[in-house]
Design a binder for this molecule. Sequence first.
Ligand SMILES: [Zn+2]
Ligand SMILES: [Zn+2]
Length: 165
Amino acid sequence: MKISLKEVNSSAEQRVDFDYTADFSSEQVMGEYPFKGPFSIKGYVALKGDAGYLNGSIEGRVFTSCARCLKPVDYVCRADAEYYITDDIESDGMDDLLYIESDEIDLDEIFFQELLLNMKSTVLCSEDCKGLCPVCGKNLNDGDCGCTRKEIDPRLSKLAELLKK
Ligand SMILES: [Zn+2]
Ligand SMILES: [Zn+2]
């Protein structure tokens, strides 16, 4: 969805509200398609003095896999955005300022960027996920496989001996 500043300027309250769902299912991130479901985007664009002002949020489910056991997991990701809008390229990149080339504000683009910035870098299926066995690859959450895995760190075994005394 796009909103033009002209449209905002000519509206009765110099404000245009938006509340819609966007589809990012074809967007790929690191070989995955994490945005299977719809994303809800809401907020408003207003004029504050001479400047345009955008305030809103995006929310939806992100689908990925557990960083330890690779099981599919999903979580709700929400990001808020608040910007003054400028057509002055000099101020591009400044905090809280959003540079737009034309008169139009591309909400999908803006909120999609916010979503990417707010995605979790590591997601676990549960805090105490045991992960996969490095020897046989079995999911250890389904039970132990009987492999002999990691040697105990020698520093830790010394500590263990000390603690025994
Ligand atoms: Zn897991
Ligand atoms: Zn194993």
